[in-house]
Ligand binder design. Structure first.
Ligand code: DOR
Length: 424
């Protein structure tokens, strides 16, 4: 059965389309876009007052399966994605076993199939993410990996990284890099600065991120490979990417809502709930992230959705794991921080969460066009609500945004023409 979405404000950032029209979907494809459309027998969704946008694309999600099903499964993570308007996501390989071979990639894809969310499992750069031997990138690509990354276990060895970039280029895959020098950050819990000093704890310095972003930019330039910097969090790191882009280096980057909404002060208020890698930084860094989003240096908003169990996050700050969930609230947080403040127009915020991340990996996603995949999110851009982690579909309740007032709410998520989430 088809779908007819009536009278919504249809925004397609890739083409610049922004008009109040109808959108018709048949057999998983968009078959009409215009005023007064008809579709006999189709289910009609009234979207008056709503925005109709491309299904969101999240390049950075930890689904935890296989191996850590107590934190999240592919099914619960995809249910969370659907609630957040996300129809395509890239799953990180730090599972047990790691996604370092075609079999694990295939397993994750198989588990995702019935959820309706398109899950693209990234392959590990190194066997077991141990930073020693490279995986077979061509085989990972054939299995469906859109990129390679050792996320969570930054690659320290520069010779290995250089070799990886050459191999990634040959395989036609981007390399996504979590940049933090491991010798400099240890297993420390928060940014090195006034808050770490106040707590008497060692911190993770900004320079640990900036050195690796600089290294990656230089190696991308030298090898011609595409490096994508994961969850960028410091002002100088944004500057390095800005300058590299100006030189024509094949480099892109992403950030997360927590880096443009929160600072290290949050650790004083919320302890381990505000622990994440890279850590929440200073107000100046937060401002630089906003500037990077505004001037286009930052290509994508992602979640780094990283579910952990309550008892793990209940440990004292130095022993608790890093990470926060985000799939169900990233659109609302981004609209609240970027659109409702007047910093960015609505189409730019949507583009940072759909067309632009899709372009980073060359995915067939993030657009609304006749003949294209019917991946759609319908949201009320104005509705005010309060984040309530008890209502998450994710198994993870670890968010520093519990109780946070937001504006903008997902009403429907449609993947290949099928409604995979409807509010209420
Ligand atoms: O905070 C984080 N959590 N950063 C990472 O790089 C990994 C992630 C996780 O897997 O929990």
């Amino acid at each position: 059965m088809g779908l007819l979405i009536k009278g919504g404000r249809v925004i397609d950032p890739a083409s610049g389309f922004d008009q109040t029209v109808d959108l018709r979907i048949e057999n998983g494809r968009i078959t009409g876009l215009g005023p007064g459309l008809d579709s006999p027998g189709a289910q009609v969704i009234s979207a008056a007052g709503m925005v109709v946008a491309p299904g969101l694309v999240d390049l950075h999600v930890h689904l935890r399966e296989p191996g850590f099903e107590e934190k999240e499964t592919v099914a619960t993570g995809c249910a969370a994605a659907a609630r957040g308007g996300v129809t395509t996501l890239v799953a990180m390989p730090n599972t047990r076993p790691a996604a370092d071979c075609p079999e694990v990639i295939a397993l994750v894809r198989e588990k995702a199939e019935p959820t309706g969310v398109r899950v693209l499992p990234a392959g590990a750069v190194s066997v077991g993410q141990r930073g020693q031997a490279l995986t077979d990138f061509a085989a990972l690509r054939r299995a469906g990996a859109p990129a390679v990354t050792d996320d969570g276990m930054p690659i320290q060895n520069q010779a290995l990284l250089r070799q990886a970039l050459r191999a990634a280029k040959a395989a036609g895959l981007p390399l996504l890099d979590h940049c933090e020098d491991r010798d400099l950050v240890g297993n420390y819990a928060l940014n090195e600065g006034e808050v770490s000093q106040a707590l008497g704890l060692p911190g993770r310095p900004a320079i640990a991120e900036e050195l690796q972003v600089m290294r990656d930019a230089m190696l991308a330039e030298e090898t011609g490979a595409h490096v994508h910097i994961c969850h960028i969090s410091t002002g100088k790191a944004v500057d390095i990417v800005r300058q590299a882009k100006a030189r024509g280096v094949s480099i892109t980057c992403e950030t997360c809502p927590h880096y443009f909404l929160l600072t290290q002060q949050e650790v004083l208020r919320q302890g381990a709930m505000a622990r994440v890698n890279p850590p929440l930084r200073t107000p100046e860094d937060r401002q630089a992230i906003l500037d990077g989003l505004a001037d286009g240096t930052i290509d994508a908003i992602v979640t780094d959705h990283a579910p952990h169990c309550q008892q793990e996050k209940d440990r004292p700050l130095p022993q608790a794991p890093s990470g926060m969930v985000g799939l169900e609230i990233s659109l609302a947080l981004s609209l609240t921080a970027l659109y409702h403040t007047g910093l960015l127009p609505l189409s730019r915020v949507i583009g940072l969460m759909s067309a632009s991340p899709a372009a980073v990996l060359g995915l067939d996603a993030g657009r609304l066009e006749v003949g294209g995949r019917a991946d759609v999110v319908i949201f009320d851009p104005e509705e005010r609500w309060t984040v309530d982690r008890e209502r998450f579909a994710s198994k993870g309740r670890n968010t520093p945004f519990h109780g946070f007032p937001v504006q903008g709410r997902v009403k429907y998520t449609i993947s290949q023409g099928t409604i995979i989430y409807q509010e209420g």
